[in-house]
Design a protein around this ligand. Sequence first.
Ligand code: ADP
Ligand code: MG
Length: 337
Amino acid sequence: MPSIRVLPDLLVSQIAAGEVVERPASALKELLENSLDAGSRAVAVELAEGGQKLIRVADDGSGIPGEELHLALARHATSKIADLDDLARVRSLGFRGEALAAIGAVARLTLVSRHASDPHGWAIRCEAGALSAKEPAAIAQGTRVEVRDLYFNTPARRKFLKSEATEYAHCEEAFVRVALSRPDLRFTLKHNGRLRWSLKPAEAAARIGELLGEEFIRASVAIDERAAGLRLFGLAALPTYSRGSRDDQYLFVNGRFVRDKLIAHAVREAYRDVLHHQRHPAYALFLELDPEAVDVNVHPTKSEVRFRDARAVHRFVFHVLNKALARPQAGAEPAPS
Ligand code: ADP
Ligand code: MG
């Protein structure tokens, strides 16, 4: 057996990239989350060839001070937490400090940023983990990240990429999730030079309507309930909703899109009486609770969470939804038999 050795940093980042950057859409998700964490008001996304050729995310957020630019690309380097207490009550979407390093290990990444404290911006490049020297750059306050040729140095990964149309669809889905989570922000999405989405700041329901369709809004009941430190709001479609092609099941916990078996189960149970068993419920629901009551550090992509009091969350979601679906306006709809 070969002797035990410590893996080189680049290889460690490439291994991490296998989890964090499964496909172009996962890189896009990480960049969008960084823009949100930076307090941006407007985020512009440009993609080429399903994101494999190019992912560019430009924001007007805080920017990164010039002297910290290289740190943004270092592994386990983050401005979002400093200790275990911070982790326990983290409110930002990111905190692991590994996304940019992971992306930079498997692509050609350019980071251009300007912090309010700097008289001009700075640019730095990272290609297959190798950092360039930083150079002055002309940019307004904010950050622009360009990711080109994803997996150019990892052919085994590249082989797993699907068609351009499929990768674009995943990117669009990642964009939609983030845009749903922050109706107060402006977003644009371009693919191969064509404008696909242009979203102005709006009320939550208007944003949902724009992204999921007016039909979804018309066929939904509005929800907004609070109890014992929990709040559930959003829209749940009635059984009459004839679904589009999209799988309209959006659940956000403290602004983060998650797939949670526990909540999905509570939702299914709440729909059971009103929904034909062969149909799937459609909803865009936002659960808010004390960050300390939920552990988001379960998975590298942070798409799973763990609740401190899972039973209370289950009971609350079931109860609120069940009541909403039984309202007169909901009950008036003929239930499919
Ligand atoms: P994390 O988000 O977990 O901290 P990342 O690798 O995604 O890790 O980013 C590393 C750091 O780079 C962040 O903590 C942040 O300080 C900085 N950063 C990344 N993207 C942006 C952005 N769009 N605007 C401002 N700062 C950013
Ligand atoms: Mg991040």
